[in-house]
Design a protein around this ligand. Sequence first.
Ligand code: PBG
Length: 322
Amino acid sequence: MTPHIRPRRLRTTPAMRRLVSETRLHPGQLVWPLFVGEDSAPISSMPGVMRHDLASVEEAARKAVDAGLGGVMLFGVPDDADKDAQGTHGWLPDGMGQRAVSAVKGIVGDDLVVMVDTCLDEFTSHGHCGVLDDRGGVDNDATLALYARMAVAQAEAGAHVVSPSGMMDGQVAVIREALDAAGHTDVAILAYAAKYASAFYGPFREAVASTLQGDRRTYQQDPGNRREGVRETRLDLVEGADMVMVKPASHYLDVLADVAALSEVPVAAYQVSGEYVMIEAAAERGWIERQRAVEESVTSIARAGADIVLTYWALELAGWLK
Ligand code: PBG
């Protein structure tokens, strides 16, 4: 009854636990997603998260630098009047996303990595991530040309990283080619490699005032498909992705571990809006201990293989880590 081998020896004191810790979070690995529109407003489906106007996002960017965050991920949220079938404001030089990038870049310079979402869904009147064909389906190849223009416009505005999230086949290759042709050889691509058609994006759709009818199942992945996440990642690596991402995070840790095992480039995971609100709502009711749950959720994502975590708690979590 007296074991010689006792794993508990390494758990005896806080100092011992700290010494043997396998997963350490650091502000520099956190990326803060920020929504930017014409005016500031709270987002009712995401308590604690707001839509920023340009002045307010500049303020947020300053805080991100001070907290030592790794980066920000910007989402342009245009007024309804600026949406059309092609998502034109996605690539106009003065589209909301480009204005957000240049405002933030003007504040942070190279002190923070400025990333931006490269997808048309915020800018299309129908809410899909691409343009529609005459039968109402999302036209993959016609959409690619628009992504290329959008990525170049974002690079021109000063983005360090463009982030194609639309799950069109070939999007990374087309964007790389367009960026290089325009002289933006140093702008990196964070590819949403394995992105699933998830119910956990629900609160985000309100944040970007999504007009989507129907769903995204003809382009985003089926939640049950693990092997396919590996295939999508390999394709993005071949096409030239500088970083790859799995999304959502918490319910896809197996996919994340698979991707981390095969990727030669940094791996990111996006803790999405639904993951955020589940913890916030439970904590608000006193059913869960908020700070511990937040830390545990992000630690688990890192443990599964994410080098970089996109989380709405990035700023607050960085404060706790200091
Ligand atoms: C698509 C996009 C989505 C999210 C960010 N960009 C998903 C979607 O609407 O299908 C989700 C982010 C979140 O839920 O936090 N451009």
